[in-house]
Design a protein around this ligand. Structure first.
Ligand code: F0G
Length: 467
């Protein structure tokens, strides 16, 4: 049974007639429709969504802010979504009934007292997108893109994924009464993400290739079969993901932080956040731009190399390898969009090692919030940017945590048991992470044994320090 939105009689007006256009980020061509592969029919570059009504018909900045704030106390289904609450700056579906929502967004902005202390950054926050309905930031984009898939009348949707996109797509399209096809690299995604897709009813194919191979195959598939592509190359996804920035700025009372730090994989999310920041500046919602920095794993550092070795002019793809499987991507589809926002906001692009990721993940866990490995690159990257003096202790910094701790329990268990780097080149060096490990203790079921263990633990302080 599709989950749809209905507006109550006498409530504020619903969604007006669509006024948005697709615009090619390369040649600037504008169109009302997009091809199946979401590429420009003239030059082959990626498309983005633009809407003149965002500027012309939009309320003044102060009125928009108060309208969005008022909606926080509304019980209308559209307002309960942390995405559609900002609908004045989103593409508009033909009717509210088409909207598929699981009340996504509305994610917390946490302070990080222990990391603040160890880095010396007093105003350090984590925007935790892992608190979305399926446990990752993908839900904010999926509510919009799945809605437009339904509007276009598709029966089948599909994605290639490192796990989170597929979990999110499967959930939203199940709610919307569509069928979904998932292409994932066999053995390279976490069981918890795979199990979500299964439970939500997706047709799940584990392909004997990597993520990049899955994506290539998907792009061929959508040219041949009436299947709607829900990867982040689909510009509707990025429109929904923009709302992370709207919500974050609202939580900061519209005072822009100095830095926003985000993990980089296929580079859709950094592109979306950058687009939102530029639109907010253009509409007078914020007085200046935060610097948007992108952090990658050393073993999956295509954007880092693209900027360093090719000046951002062409993509330097890599054979990706990292235990942060969500960002194990060597040929990122949205690299050109990411390069643009990177230049526009003046951010940095850095890479971090497997050990740095594991330590940062344990430190975010020790704050009582946790995240998946890919999200932890943000804290690891922040430490590097601090050492380079790109970030200064007196500045305000927001880390975007993209996925929930429970997304990759194998990584967490292996880390705490001391097995994560066994048999790898990092084995010896990984001993320095021992103070961050909290392995489970197996005991005889006696009071004596438990008290002895408690006394031992009392002698050792929990570790939380940055190098
Ligand atoms: N963090 C997590 C938890 C992710 O799942 C992803 C991407 C990223 C960061 C990187 O975001 O691709 O927009 O740069 N996951 C993909 C997936 C690609 O299929 O779930 P990006």
């Amino acid at each position: 049974m599709p989950h749809s939105i209905t507006s109550e009689k006498g409530s504020e007006p619903g969604l007006p007639q669509a006024t948005f256009r697709f615009r090619c980020i390369g040649c600037g061509a504008l169109g009302h429709a997009a091809a199946q592969d979401f590429r420009c029919s003239q030059c082959g570059n990626l498309l983005e969504i633009t809407d003149p009504s965002w500027k012309s018909a939009s309320l003044p900045a102060a009125a928009l802010k108060s309208l969005w704030r008022e909606r926080r106390s509304s019980h209308l289904p559209l307002d309960l979504s942390g995405v559609w609450r900002f609908r004045e700056l989103l593409p508009k579906p033909q009717s509210e009934q088409l909207v598929i929502t699981l009340h996504e967004g509305n994610t917390p902005l946490y302070d990080l007292p222990q990391s603040s202390h160890s880095t010396g950054i007093a105003r350090l926050y984590a925007k935790h997108q892992g608190m979305n309905p399926t446990g990752s930031f993908k839900d904010t984009g999926m509510t919009v893109a799945s809605t437009f898939a339904r509007q276009a009348g598709y029966r089948w949707v599909a994605c290639a994924s490192t796990g989170n996109t597929s979990a999110s797509m499967a959930a939203y399209t199940a709610r919307g009464g569509m069928r979904s096809l998932v292409l994932v690299p066999e053995g390279k995604i976490s069981w918890s993400k795979l199990s979500q897709a299964l439970d939500y009813g997706a047709l799940t194919c584990q392909l004997r290739t990597d993520f990049d191979g899955c994506l290539r195959l998907l792009q061929e598939l959508v040219r041949r079969a009436p299947v709607y592509q829900l990867n982040s190359i689909n510009p509707f996804r990025l429109e929904g993901q923009k709302t992370l920035a709207f919500e974050l700025l609202e939580q900061l009372d519209w005072q822009p932080p100095d830095h926003i730090i985000v993990p980089g994989g296929n580079l859709g999310n950094s592109s979306a956040i950058g687009k939102a920041l530029l639109e907010m500046l253009d509409l007078g919602l914020i007085p200046r731009l935060p610097k948007l920095s992108v952090i990658q794993a050393e073993g999956a550092n295509a954007l880092v190399r693209t900027l360093r070795e090719a000046g951002g002019k062409h993509l330097v793809s890599v054979q990706a390898e990292t235990r942060a499987t969500a960002i194990r991507i060597g040929n990122p589809a949205s690299w050109e969009k990411a390069v643009r926002v990177f230049h526009a906001t003046g951010g940095a692009c850095e890479q971090v090692s497997e050990l740095e990721i594991a330590q940062a993940k344990a430190e975010i866990g020790a704050e009582g919030i946790g995240c998946e490995p890919a999200s932890a690159v943000t804290l690891a990257g922040l430490k590097k940017l601090l050492r380079q003096r790109f970030v200064k202790p007196e500045e305000t910094v927001v880390l975007v945590l993209t996925g929930n701790l429970l997304k990759d329990p194998d990584f967490t268990m292996e880390f705490h048991r001391g097995d994560l780097f066994k048999g790898t080149a990092h084995q010896q060096e990984s001993a320095r992470l021992n103070p961050f490990r909290h392995p489970p203790v197996v005991l005889d079921a006696t009071l004596d044994a438990v008290i002895k263990t408690l006394e031992q633990a009392e002698k050792s302080e929990p570790m939380h320090s940055n190098d």
